[in-house]
Design a protein around this ligand. Structure first.
Ligand SMILES: [Zn+2]
Length: 421
């Protein structure tokens, strides 16, 4: 009889066996206020946070996870990733990565990197293009089906750019081979069409290239993208490295976020702050710049660029620009996982004089707003998805504790727990 009962219990579907998970938390961090409440209980049911607070009764049949010496924070977010991309680096042509790998291989790299990021605590990432022919849409679907573990993915589909994508000086006889990564769109109507094509294929953010070639998008062209995307309820991110008129046009047209912006002036930063345009600052550490090199002449030498990036981040912070964390790691660095490299960016934020609570906010609740997932994710609150991380220290005091994430829950499922069975 005993054997039979055990068999029956084992045969029950998993949600019926463990309906509620209760986490005893040493403290729960609220990134919106930069504070931590001690001795909390988090109840998780059906992928969501059912209750959080002190003195909450733990149901008798609940699975209990003891993290009573840990700080619980919402899962981290990265607003500028390229999980399927591994640039060749050095002096190799920028285009070589998309000429030498199929969409299938790129998708497998995306799954691999997604799993690594999730284990490190990144539960949501915005992947802003360079994923061949919509590889990240399929990666996202495979994760949502439960075939693989990985973060929630907000995908841009193909990058929309003026003629040539991010290639340059390719002999015309080679054809427009960049079409696997980019959509050429060279007037407002073509931009509108490109936005619709991406949304049709599953994009949840529109990514434009603002200043890769001597020609760049006009206010009218960017406005067409913003209008079309916003009517579908999705935001527009624009790549602008060098600032100048390309950045002026993007700010004037009212994009949601400007990506990189290494040469933005104080005047441009003030305008961004006034218009509520987010800077996703992608502050490359030297470890990345040294391997990436000049990206085939697209970037200045690392020794020139590194201090300039931090200075721009400091000025943006002082100007009151809304900042959201984005790493843009486009390359593999020997001996380090992509997540380890992403967390090296914290050094730059600290060097720019940004406080731990502000950095945490840029990686959680503020990122969720930019990604338009804040109704579901970004804080630890009743009714939101159970995307949780635990650290041995308080991230509102010591942001580097995010490098020691030792527990990760994604949509209510424990994917890593260094403290438990
Ligand atoms: Zn990028």
């Amino acid at each position: 009889m005993k054997v039979l009962i055990s068999w029956v219990i084992l045969a029950l579907p998993l949600p019926l066996m463990a309906q509620v998970t209760a986490i005893r938390a040493g403290a729960v961090v609220d990134p919106r206020t930069g504070t931590a409440k001690p001795n909390q209980v988090i109840l998780v049911k059906d992928k969501k946070i059912q209750a959080v607070g002190a003195g909450i009764a733990i149901p008798e049949n609940a699975q209990v996870i003891d993290l009573s010496h840990e700080w619980l924070s919402p899962g981290l977010m990265d607003a500028h990733s390229h999980l399927t991309l591994a640039e060749t680096g050095g002096d190799g042509p920028f285009e070589s990565f998309y000429l030498s790998e199929s969409t299938a291989l790129r998708a497998m790299r995306g799954l691999h990197n997604g799993e690594i990021l999730l284990h490190a605590g990144f539960t949501t990432v915005r992947d802003v293009g360079n994923s061949a022919e919509y590889a990240m849409v399929d990666v996202s679907r495979a994760i949502e089906q439960g075939w693989f573990i990985g973060p929630t993915i907000i995908d841009a589909g193909r990058i929309i750019a003026p003629f040539g994508g991010q290639s340059r000086l390719i002999p015309s006889g080679q054809g427009n081979f960049w079409k696997y990564e980019y959509i050429d769109a060279d007037n407002p109507e073509e931009v509108r069409k490109a936005v619709r094509v991406n949304i049709y294929h599953g994009a949840k953010v529109i990514k434009l290239v603002g200043d890769n070639n001597p020609y760049h998008y006009s206010v009218e062209e960017i406005r067409a993208a913003v209008d079309e995307a916003h009517r579908a309820g999705i935001p527009v991110a624009i790549h602008v490295i060098f600032g100048g008129e390309a950045a002026d046009n993007a700010i004037e047209a009212g994009v949601d976020s400007l990506e990189h912006g290494f040469y933005l002036t104080d005047v441009q930063l003030k305008k961004m702050a006034a218009k509520g345009i987010t800077l996703v600052s992608t502050d490359f550490p030297r470890s990345v710049l040294d391997v990436m090199g000049t990206s085939s002449g697209m970037l200045p030498e690392p020794a020139v660029l590194a201090p300039l990036i931090i200075d721009r981040l400091r000025r943006a912070h002082q100007a009151g620009v809304h900042l959201v964390f984005g790493s843009d790691v486009p390359i593999d660095i020997p001996g380090k996982t992509r997540a380890e490299v992403m967390l090296e960016y914290l050094d730059g934020w600290v060097a720019a004089g940004i406080s731990p609570p502000e950095i945490l906010r840029a990686m959680t609740s503020d990122a969720a707003k930019l990604l338009r997932v804040d109704k579901d994710r970004g804080v630890i609150a009743e009714g939101l998805a159970a995307d949780l991380i635990a650290t041995p220290g308080d991230p509102t005091k010591d942001i580097m504790t995010l490098r020691k994430v030792d527990f990760v829950m994604k949509d209510g499922r424990v994917v890593r727990n260094a403290h438990g069975p």
